[in-house]
Each structure stands twice: as C-alpha cells, then as structure tokens.
Design a protein around this ligand. Structure first.
Ligand SMILES: [Zn+2]
Length: 410
C-alpha cells in the first residue's frame, strides 16, 4: 500500500511547478480568473464534481471515495485559500511575481498547490476513502472574505450531505524552523472587526474654542479611554485588543472642525468578549463625547469571527501529523495569535482544525521576514508534506464513526 507521503512526494515536482506558476501570476481579492483556471486545469481528469462560484471565482470539487461504508458516509472539507496581497515583491527568484504591486506574500500559492496535491493523492487512494471529500479553493481570504459567500452558495452541502469536519493548513515564512507544524486547541486566531467613530461637535475659530464644540480633544480622550477600558473591563486571560489605526480631523491649525473620525480594529479571542468589546467601544465613545456635550456616531463593520479549533478535531489532526512526520516536527503553540482568518466562518458551522506549518527558507526563523512582507520567502519543498497531511486527514477522518467525532476513538 502506497502511503500518502510517498504519493505526494512523487507529485512533488508537478506541485512545485504549479506553485511557481501561481507565484508568478498572483491575483488579489474575490476574482482570481488566472488562478481559478490553473486550479481547474490541475484537477482535470480526476473525475471530480466541480462547481465554480457565482459571486466569486471559487472552485469547489467533490471527490467521492469508493471504499464501502456502513451507515453514515462522512464528508470532510479541505480548504486552500488562493489570493495574494497588494504588495510589491522584493524577492529575487525566477518565479518572482510578474504582476506589479501584487505578491503571494502570505503563501496561499503553496496552499493551492498542496490542495491540488491532496486531490491527486486521494484520487489514487479513492478505494481506501470511506467517505467524500469537499475541496474548497477560496478567494479573498485577505479581504473582503471569500469563505462567507462560499457558504452562502452551498459549500457545506455540495456533496449531498452536510460536511462533518473541516481542515486547513497555513504556511509561514518565519517563526519556526522549516517543516515544523504548530497549532493549539481552542482559540487560535482572533476576531477582527472595524469600528468607525465620528465625534460630532461644532466647528469654530481656533482662537475661541468656547464658542465651538471641539471634537479633537474629545476624540483623543475616546482613544485613551478605550485603552483604559480594555485593561479594566476584560479578563487578561481572554484578551481584547483595540487599536486606533487612523484618526482624522480638520484642515488647518486655526479652524476647529465640526467632527473628528477615529478608525479602530477590535480583536478578541471569544465570541463573548468580541460582543462585549464592541459594546464597550460604543459606550465609551458615546459616553466620553456626551460628557463634553458632543455626540458620537459608532459604525461597526463586522469582520471575521474567532478561529477556534475544536478540541477533538485538533487532537485528531495533531496525531495525524505526528504519525506522518514525527513528534519532533510538532509544537503546540502556548498562545493564540491576534491575526484573523475567514476559515473561522466554516469552523463556526462545522468542527474543524487549523494548522500552521513552517515553510521558512532560512536557517534562523527568527531572522527572516514573516508573512505579508515584500521580502517573505516560502520554501515550496514543504508543499508535498502539506498535500500528504491534508489527504491523510481526510482518509482517516472518514474512518471515524459519525456519532462522537474523533473523540469517540479515545
Ligand atoms: Zn494567509
């Protein structure tokens, strides 16, 4: 019996070539026609049930296993995001970006190649696959978000039965040595919401603030009061981050403007603190403004929810990775990260696990540029490992009886 790792290694050169083609032709956002065409081409001939998105250039492919199953036939979802970033690549390589101002600076080109690899491996091993696999090729992870529209277009029911479990792998350019996998149970990444606070006063002459309602000091007070609120009102072990990344008011030094705008990112690691943080931002903005006789408009733009690893899916995924690559290549993260990820929308609907693996190209992972840097380098030698892990997760997860999920094996 050929293993997923052997099969993926054999596919290695083709997967690396695909990754480099994608790297040369990066695309941003929800509409990735070149990437979509490359995926469709790479999946051709596997006999998959392929659908493409209507609102976005997603690809969803269902791969049917042919192993006999008694009772519930599991459905496993594997996800790879496909989009690049508006970054000008500064890495010199034959496969460096040929598109000015756009770069696969987050390694999603590796994700696409790995998911294509998993499709080929699972196709080879379909006689051992006791269920069906949904391959989710997703645009727009870096914004404005592709997972949610894919869910609206029926992603989780595309196989004819609801998805039972979902997995995703993300590569990093730094942080850990090459080939080391890492993740953690429970909260892994933060929710991220945008809030726009407009402090409304009444403009006037800069020399006579008593005849005006100056929104500028009030906006500054709102920003500082929010920092106090974060430390005084939230348990430090379930952290909240509120950052005012932009503050804007006025036109010239001697004119008091009518209003001042503060734009915030609000991050949390639990649904409860996410909701409370947004409520506190509103309360503080309105309260501080009101204390000075001004008003505040608070507009929330909800972003991605908390990415949370299901405890039993996490243990299962960890076991699979350790079985394939050895315990020395697994690290449990002590803490979550405050970045965000729209795989969270999928994992809010079905239990899942999200893993990182290092594709660090340098000898010292603490000394090289990380994801999103114009100088980030991803070693695509990791692609076959990611393909093997995704395929193995699907194969083994399909063998687990439906009732209790992976935990039922304990
Ligand atoms: Zn990313």
């Amino acid at each position: 019996m050929t293993s997923t790792v052997d099969l993926a290694q054999r596919l290695g050169p083709r997967l690396v070539a695909l990754r480099r083609t994608l790297h040369r032709h990066p695309e941003v956002g929800l509409h990735l026609p070149v990437t979509q065409a490359a995926v469709l081409d790479a999946l051709a001939g596997l006999g998959l049930e392929v659908t493409t998105g209507e609102a976005l250039s997603s690809v969803v492919a269902v791969l049917r296993g042919t192993a006999p199953v008694e009772g519930h036939r599991p459905v496993v979802l594997l996800r790879g995001d496909m989009d690049a970033l508006p970054v000008t690549e500064e890495v010199e390589a034959d496969h460096a970006s040929a598109v000015s101002g756009v770069m696969h600076a987050c390694g999603h080109d590796l994700h696409v190649a790995a998911l294509v690899g998993a499709a080929h491996v699972l196709h080879e091993l379909r006689d051992e696959l006791a269920g069906d696999v949904v391959l989710m090729f997703q645009p727009g992870e870096e914004g404005p978000g592709g997972a949610e529209p894919m869910l609206r277009e029926g992603l989780l029911d595309v196989a004819g039965r609801r998805v039972d479990a979902a997995y995703a792998v993300h590569v990093t350019a730094a942080e850990r040595p090459f080939g080391v996998w890492f993740s953690r149970p429970g909260p892994l990444m933060a929710s991220a919401d945008e809030v726009r606070v407009t402090v409304r006063g009444a403009g006037g002459h800069g020399s006579a603030p008593h005849h005006a309602l100056d929104p500028v000091p009030v906006a500054c007070e709102v920003v500082l009061a929010l920092q106090s609120a974060v430390t005084r009102r939230f348990d430090v072990f379930d952290p909240v981050v509120v950052t005012a990344g932009r503050i804007a008011a006025g036109t010239v030094n001697n004119v008091i403007p009518d209003d001042a705008v503060v734009e915030l990112t609000v991050r949390a690691l639990s649904a409860r603190h996410r909701a409370e943080a947004l409520a506190v931002v509103r309360q503080v903005a309105e309260g501080v403004s009101g204390a000075h006789g001004l008003t505040a408009d608070v507009v929330v733009d909800h972003g991605y929810p908390v990415t949370r690893n299901d405890e039993s899916e996490y243990s299962f995924a960890r076991e699979v990775v350790i079985d394939l690559f050895g315990g020395q290549r697994w690290t449990e993260m002590p803490n979550p990260e405050m970045g965000s990820e729209d795989m969270s929308f999928v994992m809010d609907e079905v239990p899942g696990a999200y893993l990182f693996v290092s594709a660090c190209a340098g000898p010292d992972p603490t000394a090289v540029p990380d994801n999103h840097s114009p100088r980030a380098v991803f070693d695509d030698a990791v692609v076959p490992d990611v393909a093997a892990a995704l395929a193995e997760l699907a194969l083994r997860r399909c063998r687990i009886p439906a009732a209790g999920g992976p935990g039922s094996l304990d």
